[in-house]
Design a protein. Structure first.
Length: 68
């Protein structure tokens, strides 16, 4: 199964999903739910926070989510 761009960004960051979830202020299951349809469930503040955690430009994260 091909990974979506958001999953690839997280994987390429070198961080575990549990770390990213914690930094986002979410449980692993809460973060999983958010990632199931990030274009509808993730707000701009969360996208900016995720970009900072991953060390990626905000537009990279936005594009990964938009093209989900």
């Amino acid at each position: 199964m091909a990974k979506d761009k958001l999953s690839k960004l997280i994987e390429n960051s070198g961080y575990k999903v549990s770390y990213v979830a914690n930094e986002m202020g979410l449980s692993v299951s809460g973060f999983w739910k958010l990632r199931q349809d990030p274009a509808k469930k993730m707000n701009a503040e969360q996208m900016v926070k995720l970009a900072k955690i991953l060390g990626e430009p905000v537009d990279t994260v936005f594009n990964a989510i938009k093209n989900f």
